[in-house]
Design a binder for this molecule. Structure first.
Ligand code: G3H
Ligand code: 13P
Ligand code: ZN
Length: 311
């Protein structure tokens, strides 16, 4: 099976009230952990590469790893560019065989966002590739761009119909209070998402797939393992999973998860090396790291996304 786009995945997910996990990938062990879990649970998935991932691993390695995972598992997998910064980056991923790209024009003015998104849609659609756009700005760190909580802004529902109709995007990322990274809320702050905005957006765009970025839950058991083994992540707080379950039942068809994978992976490495300080074979400490990725993705598919047996 070749790479697939997200069109059919989203149609089914929307109709049946679940979401597809979009997991960020950076190396072989992460790809293997995610896809082994998804294959065992017959779940469709999206594997996505950020600018940081492409710089670290090179796009060709990421694409070949994903192709290997498809050959190994037979799963329908979409390869997606996460947070494409401009037309050139999106074009190069389309040219390099990605099946989906995100053009993140959310930091531009409304008109500039429409212009660059429209340009990407024209090129991508001509090559059979689907496009995710973004309206509203999330707080947090993505690549080296740090958007402070004061500069973050919720999506304005009265802009979504015009944005979607003038750009032709296939899905839309919105800002309802999630943020990138492992420190999403201050200690003592009650995590809250603007479900009223999500509801209003979906009322204005019936049947249209919505994307939630910054959706890691920051699994406290992994934070504890990291802290118990020399780390310092005391105030790491994520999105409660019951909120993600609720979003998945609504118009949200794609839920982006990166920080949770990083925590699971790092917990595996730290725990192993603390217990075995004289070991130095990367295969030894990467084995529990990969297993943690698999366990985490299994949990997300079964208990949060609801995408098991939907492949
Ligand atoms: O949305 C951002 C992702 O977490 C990617 O971050 O560029 O450091 O890989 P990265
Ligand atoms: P997290 O940092 O919450 O995992 O968000 C990832 C993301 O949105 C990637 O685009
Ligand atoms: Zn994101």
């Amino acid at each position: 099976m070749p790479l697939v786009t997200t069109t059919e995945m989203f149609k089914k997910a929307y109709a049946e009230g679940y979401a597809i996990g979009a997991f960020n990938v950076n190396n072989m062990e992460i790809v293997q952990g995610i896809t082994e879990a998804a294959a065992e649970l017959h779940s469709p998935i999206i594997l996505q590469a950020s600018a940081g991932a492409r710089k670290y691993a090179k796009p060709v390695y990421l694409r070949k790893l994903v192709e290997a995972a498809i050959e190994d598992t037979g799963l329908p997998i979409a390869l997606h560019l996460d947070h494409g910064a401009d037309f050139e980056i999106c074009k190069s991923c389309v040219d390099n065989g990605f099946s989906s790209v995100m053009i993140d024009g959310s930091h531009h003015s409304f008109e500039e966002n429409i212009a660059v998104t429209r340009q990407v849609v024209e090129y991508a659609h001509a090559h059979g590739v689907v496009v995710e756009g973004e309206l509203g700005q999330l707080a947090g760190i993505e690549d080296d761009v740090n958007v402070s909580a004061e500069n973050a802004s919720y999506t304005q529902p009265d802009q979504v119909e015009e944005f979607v109709s003038r750009t032709g995007v296939d899905s839309l990322a919105i800002a309802i209070g999630t943020s990138h990274g492992a420190y999403k809320f201050k200690p003592g702050q009650k995590p809250q998402l603007r479900f009223d905005i999500l509801e209003e957006v979906s009322r204005r765009l019936p049947g249209f797939p919505i994307v939630l970025h910054g959706a890691s839950s920051v699994t406290q058991s992994y934070v504890k393992i990291i802290n118990d083994n020399g780390g310092h992540m005391e105030d790491a707080i994520g999105i409660p999973e019951d909120m993600l379950r609720q979003a998945a039942k609504m118009a949200v068809c794609k839920i982006n998860i990166d920080s949770d994978l990083r925590l699971a992976f790092t917990a595996g490495v730290r725990e192993y090396l603390t217990a075995n300080p004289s070991h130095f074979d990367p295969r030894q400490y990467l084995t529990p790291a990969r297993q943690n990725i698999k366990d985490l993705v299994r949990h997300k598919i079964l208990d949060v996304l609801g995408s098991a047996n939907k492949a």
